[in-house]
Design a protein around this ligand. Sequence first.
Ligand code: PHE
Length: 347
Amino acid sequence: MTAEDTINDMRMRATKHLAEAGSREEIIAWERAFLGPKGELTLFLRRLASLPVDERPTAGRGGNALKTELTEAWNARHAALVAGDLEQRLATDAVDVTLPGRPPILGAAHPVSQMIDELSEIFALLGFQTVFGPEVETAHYNFDVLNIPKDHPARDVWDTFYVDLPGEIVLRTHTSPMQGRVMEQTQPPVRVVVPGRVYRYEAQDASHEWMLHQLEGLAVDRAITMADLKGTLSEMARQLFGSERRTRFRCDFFPFVEPGVDFAVDCAICGGAGCRVCKGSGWLEMGGAGMVHPNVLRAVGYDPDVYSGFAFGLGIERLTMMRSGVDDVRAFAGNDLRFLRQFARAA
Ligand code: PHE
């Protein structure tokens, strides 16, 4: 077989195989078989020197021509395959640009935050400034200043998380410690509200949480009376629950007020007839209140013969529960988006 025959034979087989190669893997294998470093044509060209002298020019020209020819054929075939792949992908992975977009999920203020904002606004219109205090508090402000001495049984009312062993540092059990902090730093007239978290060492159930939010109110001036307290809380109840609402004040005991009351609003849902939300009583309890105890005024350096004041503490979750008919306080810290989304409103 002459060199020319070898070349022609190779051309025939190579062309046939290339035409048959249907996948990228196959044409890559083809290239390796003919044009690669150990490919048939490469080896043929390398052996030219061992041919008889008179055959070398034809064999060289023919071999190199075949190399060009096969390289071009391979390039064309490769391009065709790639184009085919692309077309196929375009057909199957097509994006339907006419589909409507997915709306982004927007966050919203937590119902407790919404209630705090609303209360701050209501009280701002009544002349109260909103201030914040520490959640990790000293027993001094949480208890002592508030006329709750150490070893006094009244301390047991607030199931306390202690932060240190001697019991000098606590997680505040109410927002009332800010009464002392604010009064120590200002002179009357004082009018502040203090929203924030408080902690109680309690077993959880539908109406008890170990973390909840309160809003403290404090007003101190000359000649502040119980009438101011009732007027302020009644106005707040009307703003929050509607102008028809009535309020109720009953005697209650808190060491830092005298007299002390608990206050309630008639149930907006049943109008006082009794329903699931007010548990049949017709009244919704909103919190404790009273006239600031003379001992508290004295502890912060105010003269109780000159100044008087009122204080109150509202349960924020409680207010939201009453207004929206939520029957389990655990829902607020439960992080269930289905619950929280019901309170989302446009910013
Ligand atoms: N701090 C009291 C509580 O958490 C509520 C309260 C505040 C009562 C202010 C009277 C005056 O129970």
